[in-house]
Design a protein around this ligand. Structure first.
Ligand SMILES: NC(=O)c1ccc[n+]([C@@H]2O[C@H](COP(=O)([O-])OP(=O)(O)OC[C@H]3O[C@@H](n4cnc5c(N)ncnc54)[C@H](O)[C@@H]3O)[C@@H](O)[C@H]2O)c1
Length: 450
């Protein structure tokens, strides 16, 4: 183990007790996720509210309240069933409403988590910041390009904290990957390939519509917001990702995580141009977005990014990123990051088999004078290292801890509005490219379509 590893990481015990497995070196990543609740006085609590209490909003809030000194007091949602369930989870004294304006008007709420569909992210965030609340807004930060500048400007002018919810940016795995890349573990980065494949109905966003869904139980006009006015449609309400009016397709749902991870690890502001192809291949259930999408992106830092989402995949759900450099590859998969170091050939090599034997001998003797063998024959030039997060590691916890530390200290968060716009703006280039049938240019510094 080199100095870098020894300082920050523990060896894995148990099955790979010697720290080796078929020549691989395994390391356990350190993470502190069970902090002893430090004494917090009642008025030192951060009081939060949830806006949009569906799948991710409920998950986020369950994680957020595990951070010491954080208390949920109110929930806003457009479906009665989710307000009822919020009381079941967080207690009957939880204030619930369909109108998030009532939450923003309360002085006892410091921060809000926004887990609405994408088309509400900008408005809910801007309203909350203008009402003096700090905001944790789910990814993708934007639904439309115009959302980005509005959210950045409001965070700036109000001085509120805005954290975007691509939680991998706070993961110990991604932090390790960033450190490894910067330390030259794979040499010079030249390509990133990333994928997110799914083969199930729920993976393809066919979420359950509850039997009581109606205009009585669902606040349809509020759900629609600025989306085109159409009669109540329960599938649109509960499976909104399938329609551009509310979601951003696989690009906004999944590419954005891969962009956030790539930008965090490489330190890049984003691609300068992108092109994508995609189509609706299998889930022809009325949706208006592709279920297969492939995107290609150029980075000024000297690498290319290739992304894939495939909901028609015949295998298991799989998500991962592979960073390919001049001296090896680094892969993020599941709860680990591994490096396969393949030092670059220092010799030009020989192709001499087709020449007469005497000439082969001559060339070889001459070659060995110029390039004496650095290692004894047979020594493997490969170095494989794997870093594994602790069992049950939850990156969202670290993302919320980062957010609440910023709420207390007023120091910047790890994923502010600028980072969030650069990731989501890059992701949505794919949709634009497919719509226009062209390569799309983007200025990642100015965050403008070129
Ligand atoms: N970070 C992640 O890994 C991750 C994972 C899943 C989802 N998400 C994001 O979280 C967001 C929500 O996704 P989801 O799967 O939880 O969707 P969902 O449909 O399960 O929940 C959305 C909820 O928002 C409510 N809502 C809609 N408009 C509202 C409004 N104006 N005011 C209050 N509530 C409103 C709906 O009634 C619904 O209950 C999306 O932006 C999605 O991209 C992030």
């Amino acid at each position: 183990m080199n100095e870098l590893n020894r300082r920050n990481f523990l060896r894995v015990a148990g099955a790979a007790s010697a720290g080796t497995l078929l020549g691989a070196r395994l390391h356990a990543l350190a993470a502190v996720q069970n902090e002893p609740a430090r004494p917090v006085s009642a008025n030192d609590n951060i009081q939060i509210a949830l806006i949009g209490a569906g799948g991710q909003g409920q998950f986020d809030t369950k994680v957020a309240v595990q951070v010491p000194g954080v208390k949920l007091v109110a929930v806003a949602d457009c479906y009665n069933g989710r307000l009822d369930h919020s009381k079941e989870i967080w207690g009957t004294d939880t204030f619930t409403t369909r109108d998030y304006g009532e939450i923003l008007a309360r002085k006892d709420i410091d921060a809000v988590i926004i887990g609405t569909p994408d088309h509400w992210h900008k408005q809910a965030s801007v309203d909350a910041m203008k009402a003096g609340k700090d905001v944790y807004c789910e990814k993708p930060m934007i639904h439309l390009y115009a959302d980005g500048p509005a959210m950045i400007e409001t965070a700036h002018s109000t001085g509120r904290i805005l954290q975007i919810g691509s939680q991998r940016v706070s993961s110990v795995i991604y932090a390790k990957a960033k450190e490894l890349l910067a330390a030259g573990a794979i040499g010079q980065l030249n390509m990133v390939t990333a994928r997110w494949d799914r083969n199930s109905a729920t993976g393809a966003w066919s979420y359950t519509v509850p039997p009581d869904a109606s205009t009585e139980t669902c606040d349809w006009p509020r759900f629609l917001g600025t989306a085109p006015k159409i009669p109540f449609n329960a599938e649109h309400f509960f499976q909104w990702r399938k329609w551009k009016a509310y979601g951003s397709g696989v690009a906004g749902d999944l590419f954005v995580h891969l962009f956030s991870g790539t930008h965090f690890i490489t330190g890049s502001n984003g691609p300068t141009r992108g092109m994508a192809t995609g189509a609706l291949r299998f889930w022809k259930d009325g949706r208006d977005v592709p279920d297969v999408m492939l995107g290609l992106f150029d980075y000024r830092e000297g690498f290319n990014l290739s992304l894939r989402v495939n909901f028609v995949d015949g295998g298991e759900e799989s998500e991962g990123l592979i960073f390919t450099g001049s001296e090896g590859t680094m892969e993020i998969a599941g709860n680990s990051v591994s490096v396969n170091r393949v030092p670059r050939e220092k010799e030009p090599g020989l192709m001499i088999e087709t020449f007469p034997e005497a000439m082969q001998k001559l060339i070889l003797e001459d070659y060995r004078k110029k390039y004496p063998r650095p290692h004894p024959e047979g020594e493997p030039p490969v170095g494989y290292e794997k870093y594994v997060a602790p069992d049950g590691y939850v990156d969202s916890y670290d993302h919320f801890r980062n957010f609440f530390e910023a709420v207390r200290s007023r120091k910047p968060v790890v994923e502010d509005a600028v980072f969030g716009y650069r990731a989501a703006g890059a992701a949505l280039l794919s949709n634009l490219s497919i719509d226009r049938g062209t390569i799309v240019h983007w200025d990642p510094d100015a965050m403008k379509l070129a």
